[in-house]
Design a protein around this ligand. Structure first.
Ligand SMILES: Cc1ncc(COP(=O)(O)O)c(C=O)c1O
Length: 281
């Protein structure tokens, strides 16, 4: 696999030439925002929803993106087409820049195959998600040491995902993914207060009711988590993966449950029917 071409401040350069200043505040203090976008079989998913969130994150973080939405859109598509990737993960990144300087705009891209539906394990992390009056979860920022500490904990424990609680003790989200549980056929996910308002999560909350399933935002407790019938993580990078054990406790029947199967089918269909064809010509 050859090195990808990366967008850096208006230019497409090879990965080894993709450089920004080590004095960029995004590097020195994590003062940066980013997105994760996916292409499946040449179709890009929810590009505008991701870009809208990128601009909102930047506004929240006091970063002015130097190009507008339409130009950013073109830059993302140019990055995909230049690399001729049909299945990939794209990560636009905006660093504040050097103090007194201009922001850095980078669009990374990697080829990626799908892990959709692969069963996973999880634990409840001892690290709490940052409180909303600390680092708002709605800002998709690179200042995410809380999530990384939880991820390390999960890795040491030998499980795939750390589930983080919020400052009150309700379930917030998983390390780099949202979490949903199913109880008596009803799908529940935490309010987007201490959890990122995931594009995938929002899509699932829209798609399930259109197929006659109930899906709501709610406060979710540890007890709800341990006693639910099904649990799954969802996200652009994480995709949709059933969680079969949490803290070693079996969830439901320890196999992908019927609602999770339905969500995977709805999401997969959505990619085919609503993914935007990338013009590689
Ligand atoms: C902390 C966190 N929560 C949730 C998600 C899922 O968000 P989305 O569905 O928009 O990819 C992500 C994605 O990277 C994330 O980093």
């Amino acid at each position: 696999m050859s090195d990808p071409m990366i967008y850096v401040n208006g230019n497409m350069v090879s990965k080894s030439d993709a450089k920004i200043s080590v004095f960029d505040e995004g590097v020195t203090h994590g003062w940066a925002v980013y997105e994760g976008i996916r292409v499946y079989e040449g179709k890009i998913l929810e590009l505008d929803a991701h870009l809208n969130r990128l601009y909102a994150s930047a506004k929240g973080a006091g970063i002015v993106i130097p190009i507008d939405h339409a130009e950013f859109r073109r830059a993302v598509l140019e990055t995909v087409v230049t690399n001729d990737y049909r299945n990939c993960h794209i990560a636009p990144w905006i660093g504040y820049g050097e103090l007194g300087g201009a922001p850095s705009v980078v669009i990374r891209i990697v080829e990626r195959s799908s892990k959709m539906g692969e069963p996973a394990t999880a634990m409840v992390s001892s690290v709490r998600r940052a409180a909303p009056d600390s680092i708002p979860a709605q800002i998709k920022t690179n200042s995410r040491l809380d999530l990384m500490l939880a991820k390390i904990e999960a890795s040491i424990a030998g499980v795939d995902y750390a589930i983080m609680l919020d400052h009150i003790g309700y379930v917030a989200e998983a390390s780099l993914a949202n979490i949903m549980i199913v109880k008596n056929g009803v799908t529940l996910t935490p309010y987007p207060i201490n959890a990122l308002e995931g594009v995938t999560r929002n899509l699932i909350l829209r798609l399930l009711p259109m197929s006659g399933y109930k899906a709501f935002e709610d406060n979710i407790t540890l007890h709800d988590l341990w006693t639910c019938d099904e649990a799954f993580v969802c996200g652009t990078g994480a995709e949709i993966r059933p969680i079969l054990t949490i803290d070693g406790r079996t969830i439901g029947e320890s196999e992908t449950g019927p609602v999770t199967e339905k969500v995977i089918q709805l999401y997969t269909d959505y990619i085919i029917t609503h993914g935007e064809e990338v013009d590689y010509s």
